[in-house]
Design a protein around this ligand. Sequence first.
Ligand code: MN3
Length: 227
Amino acid sequence: MFGTRSVGNLIRVAGACRQKHSLPDLPYEYSALEPVISREIMSLHHSKHHATYVANLNAAEEKLAAAQAKEMVIPQGFNFVGDIQTIINLAPALKFNGGGHINHSIFWQNLSASGGKPSATLAKAIEQDFGSLDNMKNQLAAASVAVQGSGWGWLGYNKQMRKLQIATCVNQDPLQATTGLIPLFGIDVWEHAYYLQYKNVRADYVKAIFEVANWNDISSRYENALK
Ligand code: MN3
């Protein structure tokens, strides 16, 4: 029914219809987290930094779709579907920008001016796995402060071990894809997240961010992870 040419056309049509990623709206005003995180930081962080990850992810995915649609025959008798060299070369851009988009989409939801406290279920798990909420906060803060260069500190859920765990990721490596942990609460420790306000003192920023932790969001992520 379909010759090579019409299959190629179908792939091209599918590529043209591909949905693009878009920058999610912040669930609050840029100034909502003041004085912990200034309006200026939130505005730049969301409208410039996160927007750039989204734009670059879309650009990388477009190149990926084009490379996949290419018919390519490599000499010496090996046939590959698509331009596999280009596809492999796109992996770092997909990881970095895709990770940036995932991480920041979680991060905005993780924060709130009135985030309540951990649900009874999450509070019990924190007590079991860390001894107390303060111990968990101290361990997460210490791990986040210790990230060398740019990265993230995370409270995550290990579904196999049925335990909460602290982990860190470098650059924009996304927690679940790189460690298997389900992300519950992330702390962005890239300098763009705090430098305008906290200068070189990352520890003060990390300590303060717990004041705007959205425990309603973190608790519902935990309860979903248990399902
Ligand atoms: Mn960031």
